[in-house]
Every structure is written in structure tokens, then in C-alpha cells.
Design a protein around this ligand. Structure first.
Ligand SMILES: Cc1cc2nc3c(=O)[nH]c(=O)nc-3n(C[C@H](O)[C@H](O)[C@H](O)COP(=O)(O)OP(=O)(O)OC[C@H]3O[C@@H](n4cnc5c(N)ncnc54)[C@H](O)[C@@H]3O)c2cc1C
Length: 316
């Protein structure tokens, strides 16, 4: 059993802490912020490998996470996980790169009895578990023996020494750039409009990511729907203010797909911690520091698979 300090209490830090406690380790969690202040509270948060890499590892991590979330949806309603049917518009029938992670993936040639919108030729249909952040993050915390301590870390090495821990796990998302100098990590701005359900089906998630400049998705939650979105590479310092013109554009895209969401409840924006490849490895300069950040638009999609990978790096 090791003494481990996890830095970060977003979906990645909390999932990692849980996997480590399950493996028998003694865990402490330090985080500068929690709740609405972090990007994990902004996410939809549906299972879908978007804006994330590497292609050779994501399907395995995503598959483990999907199975875990599907099981939670059956056994643990308070975790806020429900299974949606995802319809993802496509131009051709080449299997998506992450297809191995969703065994029920199938092609559909019918879009609710109408022609496919926006020139799509077909769609992919699969079961997509959605974890609702306002339930899922507190549920993760409730499963942990460790309580989140508020603290801002300025040096990973110094914190490992101060905490007298055997290992430090760096789950600081986009802020890992300041702590490690990692230039591959960039912010990718996203904005969503949360609406009342209106005429939307609360079991159905519709996505069109073919053009990142005009991407679109609906992600139903319990009693509201997240309508998005955008993916704009941005400096870490970009303010998280929402743009009224982007909100209008997102709702116009809904109308173009014949979708009728209800009145707007709120708008949210966040920066996805994007890296061409999730960084999940011991630090070359100090292998007692293990990095787990850079999950882009797929932190919820990969959280359990990456957490288990960290646990296996520590061993028992
Ligand atoms: C609009 C939008 C929609 C999205 N939709 C989805 C979706 O549908 N499905 C999906 O899988 N993903 C989605 N995502 C992506 C998802 O939100 C992220 O991948 C995920 O939240 C990243 O989690 P994290 O724990 O790494 O980072 P964060 O949530 O940012 O958490 C980082 C933690 O580290 C702490 N921290 C940082 N620096 C320090 C420091 N120096 N000292 C101490 N603590 C520190 C923070 O305070 C925080 O607690 C979406 C993102 C956006 C913006």
C-alpha cells in the first residue's frame, strides 16, 4: 500500500483517487477549486471520444469507462448516470476510429423518416452513457475516504516532499501547463446552452461533429438539455464568458436539424484541456510523479480507464 497525493478534484482527479483507494492505497486530494469553477462542471457529459488522443490508447480507456458507466446506470441511480441513444451524423460508412469501444455501434439509414439533414449520408447509432456532473462529481466524492483539501500547488516536486507521499498524481487538467511547462497542452474553448427540454426526446443524443466550426450536439440530462457547441483553440487566459452570437448560432443549428429545444435556462463555457495524446505516464525526471491530464473533450469518456491505468502503474 502506498501513500498517494492526488492533485485535482475534477472528473479525472476524483476518478483516479477512487481507483487508487479501491486498489488499497491511502489517498489525499489537494485541489485549488471544485464545483462550478472547473471545466468538469461544464461538460455535457456524455460518453463520446471527441477531441482526444492517442488513437492507439483511447479506445481501450474509453471501453473500460463505458462499461463502468453502463454498470453504474443500472446499479447506482444517485451517481447521475443514464444511458442515452446517440445518433451521430456521418458522410460515409467508414467505422469511427473508436468503434471497438462501442460494441453496439450500428449504421442507420433513416433519420426519423426524413432525409438526413446538412448533407449527411447516414448516421452511427450506439448507447452512450451520460454522467450528469451535478450528481456524478459529488457521488465520486461520497465514495472516497479522502476529503478534498483546498490548496493551490505551485511545484509538484515540493508538494510530493511536503506531503511525505510515495507518489503524486497530477490531475490538474489545463493548469498542468503552468506546472510542467507542457507546450503540447492547449485550451479548446467550448460553449453550451442549457435549455428546458421543449420538444426534445430526453433519451436521444444527436451529434454532428463533421465540421468543428459548426459542430452540434444535444445531450439530455435529468430535466434539461445541453445544446452545443464549439471547439476553438484558445489561450489558457481566455475569459469564460459566453457569446450571445454563438448561443444564437447553436440554436440556429438545432433548428436546421428540425430540433426544438425549450427556453434557455443558462449558458456555460469552458476550456477543454486538449493534448494530441493524453499524458498518462511517470515523469521522466521523477517517476514518483505520475501525470494524468490532457483529456480534451473526453474526460468523462476516459475517466475510469485512465484511473485504472494509473492504479496499475502503482501496483499493489
Ligand atoms: C463545453 C464542453 C463540453 C464537454 N462535454 C464533454 C462530454 O460530453 N463528454 C466528455 O467526456 N467530456 C466533455 N468535456 C470535456 C471535459 O469537461 C474535460 O475533459 C474534463 O472535465 C477534464 O477534467 P479534469 O479533471 O482533467 O480537469 P478539471 O475539471 O479542470 O479539474 C482540474 C482540477 O485540478 C485542480 N488544479 C488545477 N491546477 C491546480 C493547482 N496548481 N493546485 C491545485 N489544484 C489544481 C483544479 O482546481 C481542479 O480541481 C466537455 C468540455 C467542455 C468545455
Amino acid at each position: 500500500m502506498a501513500e498517494v497525493v492526488v492533485i485535482g478534484a475534477g472528473v479525472i482527479g476524483l476518478s483516479t483517487a477512487l481507483a487508487l483507494e479501491e486498489a488499497g492505497h491511502s489517498v489525499r486530494i489537494l485541489a485549488a477549486e471544485t464545483g462550478d469553477a472547473i471545466v468538469s462542471s461544464v461538460a455535457g457529459a456524455v460518453w463520446y471520444p471527441f477531441k482526444v488522443g492517442p488513437v492507439d490508447k483511447v479506445p481501450a480507456w474509453a471501453g473500460i469507462t463505458r462499461d463502468w458507466l453502463l454498470n453504474l446506470s443500472r446499479t447506482t441511480p444517485q451517481a447521475g448516470v443514464d444511458v442515452l441513444t446517440r445518433i451521430e451524423l456521418a458522410d460515409d460508412d467508414r467505422r469511427p476510429w473508436w468503434a471497438d469501444a462501442a460494441p453496439d455501434l450500428q449504421v442507420v439509414h433513416d433519420y426519423f423518416g426524413r432525409p438526413f439533414p446538412k448533407g449527411a449520408k447516414l448516421a452511427w447509432k450506439f448507447s452512450a452513457p451520460r454522467a450528469e456532473p451535478r450528481y456524478f462529481l459529488p457521488w465520486l466524492q461520497s465514495q472516497l475516504k479522502a476529503k478534498v483539501q483546498t490548496a493551490t500547488v505551485t511545484s509538484l516536486d515540493a508538494t510530493l516532499a511536503d506531503q511525505k507521499a510515495d507518489f503524486l498524481i497530477n490531475c490538474t487538467g489545463l493548469k498542468a501547463r503552468a506546472l510542467t511547462g507542457d507546450r503540447e497542452l492547449v485550451g479548446v474553448f467550448g460553449q453550451v446552452v442549457v435549455t428546458e427540454p421543449g420538444e426534445l426526446d430526453l433519451g436521444l443524443c444527436i451529434g454532428d461533429e463533421r465540421d468543428e466550426h459548426a459542430m452540434f450536439y444535444t445531450i439530455p440530462r435529468r430535466g434539461e438539455v445541453v445544446v452545443g457547441g464549439c471547439a476553438e483553440p484558445s489561450p489558457d487566459t481566455r475569459p469564460l464568458t459566453t457569446s450571445p452570437s454563438l448561443t444564437r448560432s447553436i440554436l440556429d443549428r438545432a433548428a436546421a436539424l428540425s430540433l426544438k429545444p425549450g427556453p434557455i435556462i443558462r449558458e456555460r463555457a469552458g476550456l477543454r484541456p486538449y493534448r494530441p495524446a493524453v499524458r498518462l505516464e511517470p515523469d521522466p525526471a521523477n517517476p514518483r510523479i505520475i501525470h494524468n491530464y490532457g483529456h480534451g473533450g473526453a474526460g468523462y469518456t476516459l475517466c475510469r480507464g485512465c484511473a485504472m491505468a494509473v492504479a496499475s502503474l502503482l501496483g499493489r
